[in-house]
Ligand binder design. Sequence first.
Ligand SMILES: NC(=O)c1ccc[n+]([C@@H]2O[C@H](COP(=O)([O-])OP(=O)(O)OC[C@H]3O[C@@H](n4cnc5c(N)ncnc54)[C@H](OP(=O)(O)O)[C@@H]3O)[C@@H](O)[C@H]2O)c1
Length: 430
Amino acid sequence: MAPGSAINVGLLGLGVVGSGVASALLSKGHLYAERVGCPLNLRRVLVRDRGKPRDAGVDPGLLTTDPQEVLADDSLHIVVEVMGGEQPAYDYIKDALNRGRYVVTANKEVMAKHGPELLGLARKRGVDVLYEASVGGGIPIISPLKRDLSANSISYLRAIINGTTNYILTRMGKEGVEFAAALEQAQRLGYAEPDPANDTEGHDAVYKLAILASLAFHTHVRPQDIYREGITRLTARDFRYARELGYAIKLLAVARLDDGSIQARVHPVLVPGEELLAKVDGILNAVEVEGDLLGRVLFQGAGAGALTTSAVMADVLDAAQAIAQRRPPPPWRYEAGVGIRPMSELTTRYYIRMDVTDRPGVLAEIARCFGGNQVSIASVIQKEANETAQTAELVIMTHIAQEAAVQETIRQVSRLETVKEIGNFLRVEG
Ligand SMILES: NC(=O)c1ccc[n+]([C@@H]2O[C@H](COP(=O)([O-])OP(=O)(O)OC[C@H]3O[C@@H](n4cnc5c(N)ncnc54)[C@H](OP(=O)(O)O)[C@@H]3O)[C@@H](O)[C@H]2O)c1
């Protein structure tokens, strides 16, 4: 590329994020040219429907529905993939890399499932895949993990990385409403999709945790390596009791490296009220990282929407500078064969809520099941009694115990004739 000549950008997708990227390229062209040292030129934009009304200010002549018109354009230097979904995005990214283009993507599913393969392919072709926007929207987290924290050995990360579920849990906690009402409110405000399962069942958080954990631990933590539970079983009652006990309930994504193996999980947890993560409310995201040199650091901010443009554009400028300065992509280190520790080996404290027959001796029977599995009870609180049904609700908090032992205890307790129902079972952080 001749010094000062334009860097050409192809855009795959012109939706929420793509429109933000296109209008930033068009409206801030002078500023970007100064920062990179040459102009950035939006050459081609792939969409599904050319007839759709658009307000990004893109010349309609640049729009195409034929992917080859973008991918096979030899004048392109950077391809920005903001279509979403695994396919055809994965094939298009591979194609662009094979043609020696830098790729910028916001696609968590593709990066979670295929990140190491795509990064390896990029290095073979002397280019890079940049994916800051795939986790945490506008919060810088990928770049700090790659650069600013690179001198640390990271022991764990804990994150609230799904704004939809954090909004729902915040409403349930603050207003005492049930899950369905909080979800409906989130959908009305545009924070939740009409089909919310990808968020509420924890899939979105699993993809993001896979990306963060792979980067933090220099290996490939695959989505299927991550234990997952969603938030749909939570009730207003759990939030009330958690608050009385001094906790907030959050959907946490946690990855920890211990003795050379990784445990990664996404599920609702009780977080002590004084912890910073307990105070991350609404659609905010936060990622806490612990490194040996740095100690703990927390990144927090809005995790979605137009702010994602900021992260995509930062990657576009980074790629453009690398191209303009003929700077080779940074080395990329990947260790194969790091073990994944099963969830059954987790040790933590537990909250268990159950309905039991309200009569003497019941507690002793339940305590025997706990003791028999070496699960030590820290406290038992009788919450509410139903005199007509002659049942009482118990909340049991355990000391630190092993997941497998607690699961076995719950199995045994639920078979007791005096136990009517296990209302809920949650892990406790901290
Ligand atoms: N929105 C956010 O807040 C946010 C935050 C962080 C990351 N992300 C990620 O950013 C990416 C884009 O999200 P978005 O919200 O901008 O999505 P979106 O609004 O649904 O836009 C998707 C765009 O891609 C085009 N497209 C989709 N499939 C296509 C296909 N097979 N062929 C051609 N064009 C296709 C669509 O074309 P038409 O316009 O013609 O339909 C549309 O322009 C996703 O990976 C998402 O996970 C989004």
